[in-house]
Design a protein around this ligand. Structure first.
Ligand SMILES: [Zn+2]
Ligand SMILES: [Zn+2]
Length: 328
C-alpha cells in the first residue's frame, strides 16, 4: 500500500466507498467548454476530470464487490441510490446526485473516493489510459437507437466520440459506416479503424455523398458527434425519411435559426445521449476482445504537472491531437 497520504485519503472511507489511486484521466472537449464558462452549473474552483481510471487501494467495510488491487474504469456519475431515477437505473437524472469533474471534484488528483458501484474492473490487457477513456455513453446511445442489420450509418464528427461510434456502428451490424468532418488526419484515422467512406465536408458535398451511398434515400441513421449548428442541420438533411438521428455532441451555444421541420416532415425519431449508466461490462469486453480500438485514439499522454499544456492541445487541436490523457 502507498505510504503517501493526502487529504482525500485521510478522509475516512464511507462504508460503501472505495479509495482509488488515480492513474489516468482523459481530457474531453467538455472540459474546455467548462473552462470557458459554458457550463453554468460548474462553479470554480473545481478539479476537472470525468474520464477516470485507477487502482482500488482501500475499500469501505460494507463493500462486497470491489477489492484492493482492482484496476478499474470509473463512472463519474453518482446517484443517491434511493430516488425514483436511481431505482430505475437512471442515476444520471438523480436530483441529489453529482458528477465528478462537473458538480463535484473529478479525477485530476492522485486520490479519489468513489462509491463502489461506480468502479468496473478491467483486464490486464487494457491500459489505464484506455480504461480512462472507456466511456460507455457512445455505445449506449447507439444501442438504444437499434441499428438494423444492413443500415447505412453516418457519423458526423471524427473526434474521439465519432471514432468510437464508427466502430460501434459496425459492431452493431451496420452495413456501411460513413464518417464526415473537416479534419483530414482524423478522417484518415477513421479509415484505419474500418470506416467505409470518409467524407471531408469542405471538399465534398456531404448530402451528395450520402445519397450516392444509399440509392438516393439518405442514411438510415445519423449520429451527430460534432455538435455544431452546421452538423445539426446536416443531420436532419442527410437522414432518410423514416430514419433516426442521435444527437450526441454537446451544442455549446443555442442553434441559430435551426429548423426542426424535417423531424416532422420526414417522420424522424430523434434520440438524446445522457444514457443510463449500464453496459460498462459490454464495452470492456469489446476492448478486451480487440473489437473496439481505443489505443489509436490516444495521441498524447502528459503528466498532470503539464495539464495546462494538455488542455491547450485539446483546445487548439495541436499536432494532430485526437485524445489527450493525463497521468496524475
Ligand atoms: Zn467527456
Ligand atoms: Zn437518486
Amino acid at each position: 500500500m502507498e505510504e503517501v497520504r493526502s487529504p482525500q485519503e485521510e478522509r475516512s472511507l464511507g462504508a460503501s466507498e472505495v479509495l482509488l489511486r488515480v492513474m489516468a484521466v482523459g481530457v474531453c472537449r467538455t472540459d474546455i467548454h467548462i473552462m470557458d464558462g459554458r457550463f453554468p452549473q460548474v462553479k470554480p474552483p473545481r478539479v476537472l476530470g470525468h474520464e477516470i481510471a485507477g487502482i482500488v487501494k482501500r475499500v469501505g467495510k460494507e463493500v462486497r464487490r470491489a477489492e484492493p488491487g482492482w484496476r478499474v474504469t470509473c463512472d463519474s456519475v453518482v446517484g443517491c441510490g434511493r430516488c425514483y431515477f436511481c431505482r430505475a437505473g437512471s442515476r444520471q437524472f438523480c436530483t441529489t446526485g453529482y458528477e465528478m469533474g462537473f458538480t463535484h471534484d473529478g479525477g485530476c488528483q492522485e486520490w479519489l473516493i468513489v462509491p463502489e458501484e461506480n468502479v468496473y474492473p478491467v483486464g490486464d490487457t487494457i491500459s489505464m489510459e484506455e480504461a480512462a477513456i472507456l466511456d460507455m455513453e457512445v455505445y449506449a446511445a447507439l444501442k438504444k437507437s437499434e441499428i438494423r442489420t444492413g443500415d447505412v450509418v453516418l457519423i458526423e464528427g471524427p473526434g474521439p466520440a465519432g471514432l468510437v461510434a464508427s466502430q460501434i456502428a459496425r459492431i452493431l451490424r451496420a452495413r456501411r459506416v460513413l464518417l464526415s468532418g473537416d479534419s483530414e488526419r482524423r478522417l484518415e484515422t477513421g479509415k484505419l479503424l474500418g470506416v467505409d467512406r470518409a467524407i471531408h465536408i469542405r471538399k465534398e458535398d456531404l448530402g451528395k455523398a450520402v445519397r450516392e451511398e444509399t440509392e438516393g434515400r439518405g442514411a438510415d441513421l445519423v449520429m451527430d458527434c460534432a455538435g455544431t449548428a452546421e452538423s445539426f442541420r446536416q443531420a436532419l438533411e442527410t437522414v432518410a425519411p423514416g430514419g433516426k438521428v442521435v444527437l450526441y455532441g454537446i451544442y455549446p451555444d443555442p442553434l441559430p435559426q435551426a429548423s426542426v421541420l424535417p423531424v416532422i416532415l420526414k417522420n424522424l425519431v430523434v434520440y438524446g445521449a445522457l444514457s443510463d449508466r449500464k453496459y460498462w461490462d459490454e464495452v470492456i469486453a469489446l476492448v478486451e476482445a480487440g473489437r473496439l480500438n481505443l489505443k489509436r485514439l490516444i495521441t498524447h499522454i502528459f503528466p498532470l504537472d503539464e495539464a495546462a499544456e494538455a488542455y491547450a492541445y485539446t483546445r487548439d487541436g495541436r499536432d494532430g491531437v485526437v485524445k489527450v490523457v493525463l497521468q496524475p
